[in-house]
Ligand binder design. Structure first.
Ligand SMILES: [Zn+2]
Length: 106
């Protein structure tokens, strides 16, 4: 089974997927999301957050971050397919794994 390596994409926020000129990096230990499934993704880098997402991460506003990630993270063409509930559930688990593996800055 193939695991895709997620290594961040240029100037795209790792949480909401929107482009940004400024990012806050949140150090995070490597982990595999959806391990053992066809959707297995290995995360091996710090997570870059756009200003709006960075505030939500710093203030532990996870439900709002999830709302934002779902709102902007699903391509408009996929919304009529009714995938939002599935994406929301998957992102909720992904954010939980991020919190678990996040390296606190001291
Ligand atoms: Zn963002």
């Amino acid at each position: 089974m193939t695991t895709v390596l997620f290594d961040g994409v240029g100037n795209i926020c790792d949480f909401c997927g929107l482009e940004s000129d400024a990012f806050t990096d949140f150090a995070c230990a490597s982990f595999t999301h959806n391990g053992g499934t066809p959707f297995s993704i290995r995360y091996e880098c710090a997570w870059g957050a756009c200003p709006a997402c960075a505030v939500l991460v710093k203030e532990n506003r996870w439900e709002e971050l999830l709302d934002r990630s779902v709102k902007f993270g699903i391509p408009a063409c996929a919304k009529p397919l009714g995938v939002e509930a599935q994406v929301r559930e998957d992102l909720s688990r992904l954010h939980a794994e991020f919190r678990k593996h996040r390296l606190e800055v001291h």
